[in-house]
Design a protein around this ligand. Structure first.
Ligand code: SAM
Length: 223
């Protein structure tokens, strides 16, 4: 997918993030993602997630849609040696891959990985949860938000990727996309818009949308 920002800007932001955190394991994960066109968050967003969770003093992070552990790498750094990142994904192969990568990065001891539907798994996870990070299929965003909104404590964070959905939320079709593909995306686009509107309208949360890569939403529970 073409980035929303000019490639040079995306590259500049990724280079800055790489200067702060670099690891051959991340490079290997990025290679896999690129070869298989698997949608990871990338360096700049990964660093933003780590920085935000660190600022919130998060000790327990739940990821809804972990893929093979790339975003979890950053959260695992943020929570520290005594913290916990609880990953979820519907694909058991991703769990095995994540274990391999995160063991190599010496971060696996702070990670648990559940295979199954993310929101159903989340319902079985004990409190406290300081951060919920949402990156499931876009049609699932409203349900993910509904589950997280009730569970997070005051000061807790809901973080969500792809909230610009490559411009579709603002009526922009990604360049080169044919009409049939665009039509299939309508339900996903509406789900992203619905969730974002619900967050914005929820007086318990103060939120902001950061337009890096495909847009990251950060909502902090204030009441
Ligand atoms: C965009 S990828 C996640 C990428 C990951 N957060 C990263 O940046 O490294 C989305 C992942 O969520 C998983 N997924 C999508 N919908 C799901 C659901 N409802 N329950 C569990 N996993 C889901 C997919 O299998 C896929 O691995």
């Amino acid at each position: 997918m073409e980035p929303l920002l000019p490639r040079a800007i995306d590259g500049y932001l990724d280079d800055l993030a790489r200067a702060e955190v670099d690891d051959p394991v991340l490079t290997d994960m990025e290679r896999r993602a690129s070869e298989l066109s698997f949608p990871i968050v990338g360096r700049a967003v990964g660093r933003f997630l780590e920085w935000t969770a660190g600022l919130a003093g998060a000790r327990r992070v739940v990821e809804l849609g972990s893929g093979f552990g790339y975003s979890a790498f950053f959260f695992a750094r943020a929570v520290g040696a005594d913290g916990e990142v609880i990953c979820t994904d519907g694909d058991a192969d991703n769990a095995a891959l994540a274990e391999g990568y995160l063991r190599r990065a010496e971060l696996w001891d702070r990670v648990t990985f559940h295979v199954g539907d993310a929101v159903e798994t989340f319902a079985r996870i004990d409190d406290p949860v300081d951060v919920v990070y949402c990156d499931v299929d876009k049609e699932g965003y409203p349900d993910a938000w509904a589950a997280a909104a009730e569970r997070l404590p005051v000061g807790g964070l809901f973080l969500c990727d792809n909230v610009l959905w490559y411009g579709r939320v603002a009526g922009l079709a990604p360049p080169g996309q044919d009409a049939q593909v665009a039509a299939r995306q309508d339900a996903a686009t509406e789900a992203v818009r619905t969730m974002t509107r619900e967050i914005t309208d929820d007086p318990r949360y103060a939120s902001t949308l950061i337009p890096i890569r495909d847009g990251v939403l950060a909502a902090r529970r204030v009441e």
